[in-house]
Design a protein around this ligand. Structure first.
Ligand code: S3P
Length: 449
């Protein structure tokens, strides 16, 4: 585990950052490209460890991929991938495991999906059980609820599903399985979740139907090769939006950020908290809206984050908790029980981390209550191996009164390898990290602009 120290900002944060390519879109594009027969080009593919796991898994199944700078070139063989000799190690990536489970369930061959300790604790029954209803033959520990998962491809039949949990991963898994199944597959969610799969499928020549709130595909359907520019990850951008909002005098510009309404719930919440964020939509040509954000520091007030808003900001809740500490008044989050089954139990993790920095925060079964303003002091915190907690604590440090020692800082690479480099670009200060504790914090040259 690498430990870094992040220092309170000595002055305003200033500068321009281009967040890394969107992780959710990148996973989906790589998988769809591999299902197509021919060459797809995915520009701005996420540099994250998670998305590298997807590419490595595809390569282990004989899909040819190569990187040309920030372009991932996928030469898809069509829906007939090889049988890997070994287990597919998906690291920390829940999205890879759930999406691949859907595809592999309908593709001849035998594969085993595994991951790190965190991934082995995450619920997989939510994809295994509905896939079995389509005819899939897959299993895992505790009746398929926990990885490793063993998948033997089978003939699938389309089905109509009404999901109990709002999960884009589950929806996408079932839609991808639907491409390989016979007949129609429909998914109705309890609340709308990110719709990247639905937006990408038409780019690959596949029709997506909607009926009320449900979304459907008809199989068998073959994606065709495509070209895509992946937008910047709004979940990565969120760290700088909060940092620039809470460090007095800051003015930060974020370029090329994905503005899919299913992902920008954090901007709506921050705007009602009083944040100053100017959104300039770009002339996007792809299936995803993109634009630039200009953030100026401003006084924040507490807010109520309600259950229906949760899917639209699920990954941003830890950093929104940091914003809530700087806000005047009470911020309450409810209906966010899903946070307990993310890369870590993020409800317990947020409460533990912010409490260690002096926040007035109380845990509830499905969220937390923060009494602001709750000035943060320095201290020691852990990422608990969770990338979003690591980055939230770094942002907390920028607005704290003393340095924050962060254990497990390397977790940031799961979604944002350049995170500390960008923190330095904006004027933050970090030390420690590298093996020899050489003061570099593993900080890479930043790629602003
Ligand atoms: C993701 C969906 C969300 C999110 C995760 C990525 C996706 O999970 O938390 O980081 O790419 O579909 P759920 O849909 O399971 O809530």
């Amino acid at each position: 585990m690498s430990r870094v120290t992040i220092y309170p900002a000595e002055g305003p944060l200033r500068g321009t950052v281009r967040p890394p390519g969107d992780k959710s879109v990148s996973h989906r594009a790589a998988i769809l490209g591999a299902l197509a027969e021919g060459t797809s080009r995915i520009t701005g593919y996420s540099p994250s460890e998670d998305c590298a796991r997807t590419v490595e898994a595809l390569a282990q199944m004989g899909v040819e991929t190569r990187r040309e700078e920030d372009v991932l070139v996928v030469r898809g063989p069509g829906p007939a991938w090889g049988e890997p000799a070994g287990v597919l190690d998906l690291g920390n990536s829940g999205t890879t495991m759930r999406l691949l489970a859907g595809v592999l369930a309908g593709m001849p061959g035998f594969r085993v999906l595994d991951g790190d300790d965190s991934l082995r604790r995450r619920p997989m029954g939510r994809v295994v059980h509905p896939l079995r209803e389509m005819g899939a033959c897959l299993d895992g520990r505790q009746d398929g609820n926990l990885a490793p998962l063993a998948v033997r491809g089978a003939r699938l039949v389309g089905k109509e599903f009404t999901l109990a949990v709002a999960s884009a991963q589950v929806k996408s898994c079932l839609l991808l399985a639907g491409l390989l199944a016979e007949g129609e597959t429909w998914v109705q969610e309890p609340l709308p979740t990110r719709d990247h799969t639905e937006r990408l499928l038409p780019l690959a020549g596949i029709g997506v139907a909607t009926r009320g709130g449900a979304v459907g595909v008809r199989g068998p359907a073959r994606p065709r090769p495509f070209e895509l520019r992946v937008p910047g990850d709004p979940s990565a951008a969120a760290f700088w939006v909060v940092a620039a909002s809470v460090v007095p005098g800051s003015e930060v510009v974020l370029r090329g950020v994905g503005l899919n309404p299913g992902r920008t719930g954090f901007l709506r919440v921050l705007s009602r908290m009083g944040a100053s964020v100017r959104v300039t939509p770009g002339a996007g040509t792809g299936p995803e809206p993109v634009g630039d954000l200009e953030i100026r520091a401003s006084a924040l007030r507490g807010t109520e984050i309600e259950p229906h808003e949760i899917p639209g900001l699920i990954d941003e809740l830890p950093v929104l908790a940091v914003a809530a500490c700087a806000a005047c008044g009470i911020t309450r989050v409810s209906g966010a029980g899903e946070l307990r089954v993310k890369e870590s139990d993020r409800i317990a993790g947020v409460v533990r981390g912010l409490s260690a920095l002096g926040a007035h925060i109380a845990e509830t079964p499905d969220g937390w209550v923060i009494e602001g303003p709750s000035p943060l002091h320095g201290g020691r915190v852990s990422s608990l191996g969770d990338h979003r907690l690591a980055m939230a604590w770094a942002v907390a440090a920028l607005g704290a009164s003393g340095p924050v020692e962060l254990e497990g800082a390397e977790a940031v690479a799961v979604s944002y390898p350049d995170f500390f480099g960008h923190l330095v670009t904006l004027g933050g200060r970090v030390s420690g990290g590298g093996d020899g504790d050489d003061g570099s914090a593993g900080v890479r040259p930043a790629q602003g602009g």
